[in-house]
Design a protein around this ligand. Sequence first.
Ligand code: 7PM
Length: 262
Amino acid sequence: MGILNVTPDSFSDGGLYHDPRRAIEQGLALIAAGADLVDVGGESTRPGALAPGVAEELDRVIPVVEGLRAASDALISVDTSEPAVMVAAVAAGADMLNDVRALCRPGALPAAVAAGVPVCLMHMQGTPATMQQAPRYADVVGEVTAFLMERVVACVAAGLPRSSLILDPGFGFGKTLEHNLALLQRLDELVATGIPVLAGLSRKSMIRQLAGGRDDSPADRLGGSLALALVARQRGARIVRVHDVAQTVQAFRVMDGFESRS
Ligand code: 7PM
């Protein structure tokens, strides 16, 4: 899954939203680089970010979904928590929804049912504004898994088939380094639910923390992003959400070529 941010303040490739044509070109470049799906996001969930209004989010996202749909058959995912954006995005041709709030917002669950597409449910502790202030868990893997399975039950009860759900532990969303490491180390426990798992680790701060704590910029985290994408895939993730599609595809092909010859 290639990341296509259409926010003015995204931490690693902001500014594209000013011109939907540039965002569409960037999305097509991700597909050309080997992405099976493109995740279009109009709300920055950066720690401390302010949420855009619904009209603003629609304005950022919908023209890009329409443009990509007109130019490509690749799968289009839309990263949103807003019911109106979910409905409009699918009407514009999106194939999937990705909600960092796991359809918890009022109206989101019925909107996703009406949209009739697969949904990625992500775990987050707190809200983007405050989530990194003091993340706390007694048992992070148990609590994240329990939350996601509660959401699965709610989704199935509301009419979303279990076979259309994807689970994501939400790396960096209200988690310390220790929490992120436990979730990745034990990703197999989430995979064991039988529901496909998505992992988003690309350019996240745990890379800087693991690489020795040097201050860097997110775009300098390619090596670490590739390392974590390989680990997530080895632990059973079916989808990895990444900025650097060509490099990730190459890393996966090299790993597959190696494994098939050993
Ligand atoms: C600043 C900090 C900007 C973090 C953007 C982010 C995920 C996601 C995001 C994820 C799923 C990023 C995040 N992360 N959706 N949306 N899983 N399903 O690094 O990990 O792109 S936004």
